[in-house]
Design a protein around this ligand. Structure first.
Ligand code: PNS
Length: 160
């Protein structure tokens, strides 16, 4: 049984993330979407909200589950009995950070492999940060995130 872990902040999940999850689920027997608990990043959505939203958004994919983790990703991987991490890559600008994380994780857990999946061109411009910024200033994000995310972003970010 090949298990892949797809970790991230997912604050919030975007259609780009969902595309990576769907494609990863076609390659692996099981995919664990792992929501990182990192309160230092001052998230807009709580971890519980993010987990619930992702479960709802990927319920059409049977071999995917959603979990949360605190601490090191490598410890979570061992716990899940997985040594494969999947990360999406949009542009060269992502590469340096991803390369550093992949190498550091490999040092901490030598059996671990990081696989990069290229984002579909139509999602190449998407990021959780930009989606939040657009929503904060009243822009439309309906085409970029699942419906429930668009609704909740409006409620949380539009003060006026
Ligand atoms: O969606 P993000 O914010 O790019 O995801 C980053 C994430 C959560 C995958 C990364 O920060 C992480 O793995 N955090 C857990 C703590 C850890 O293991 N840090 C060392 C990484 S080399």
């Amino acid at each position: 049984m090949q298990i892949a872990v797809y970790p991230g902040s997912f604050d919030p999940i975007t259609n780009g993330h969902i595309d990576i999850i769907e494609r990863t689920a076609q390659i692996f027997d099981r995919v664990v979407v792992a929501v990182a608990i990192n309160e230092e990043k001052l998230p807009v959505f709580t971890v519980e909200e993010r987990v619930e939203i992702i479960r709802d958004a990927i319920r059409h994919v049977p071999n995917v589950e959603v979990d949360q983790f605190a601490g090191l990703l490598v410890d979570f991987m061992r716990q899940q009995q997985s040594n494969v991490v999947v990360r999406g890559l949009r542009a060269i600008s992502d590469f340096e950070y991803e390369f550093q994380m992949a190498q550091m994780n490999k040092q901490l857990y030598p059996q671990m492999e990081t696989l990069f999946m290229m984002t579909q061109p139509e999602h190449g411009y998407l990021s959780s940060r930009i989606v939040k910024e657009i929503a904060r200033f009243g822009g439309q994000v309906d085409q970029m995130v699942p419906g429930v995310v668009a609704t909740q972003l409006k409620e949380k970010l539009q003060t006026g």
